[in-house]
Design a protein around this ligand. Structure first.
Ligand code: NI
Length: 138
């Protein structure tokens, strides 16, 4: 049976500040620039979640997209949307919330929660319309 990739695109808003608490304010400003400003700033995040699997001959689906939608809502969006990533999300605690760190943390919350026979293939996370990161595990 053909193996097919299926993607759902999601959107949310979060606030954050890039900084390391073990660095001085000067060092944070030098490395992270305006992203280190003490009161933070927001982003309109977009993310493509791609999964893959065989087409179920009965339904014609790899998986019901409602299942993927609900999984991402439950495990990710309900935790991140309209939140401050530095202080309000237990599973990001201790992480500098760069897009790179965020995409790996999101991967780890999704990879073991997909229906049997469906695997997480790729996440593409946009922090701005011009900057994105992608992660395929590992
Ligand atoms: Ni930012």
């Amino acid at each position: 049976m053909a193996n097919v990739r299926v993607t759902r695109r999601v959107h949310w808003n979060s606030g954050h500040r890039l900084y390391r608490p073990d660095w001085t304010d000067e060092k944070n400003q030098e490395v992270f620039g305006a992203c280190a400003n003490p009161y933070g700033h927001g982003h309109n995040y977009e993310m493509d979640v791609t999964v893959a699997g065989a087409i179920d001959p009965e339904t014609g689906y790899v998986l019901d997209l409602k299942v993927l939608k609900d999984l991402v809502e439950d495990r990710i969006l309900s935790h991140l949307d309209h939140r401050n990533l530095n202080v309000e999300v237990p599973w990001l605690e201790g992480l500098n919330p760069t897009t790179e760190n965020l995409v790996v943390a999101i991967w780890r919350r999704l990879e073991d929660h997909l229906p049997a026979g469906v695997v997480l293939e790729r996440l593409v996370l946009w922090e701005t319309p011009r900057n994105y990161v992608e992660y395929t595990g590992g």
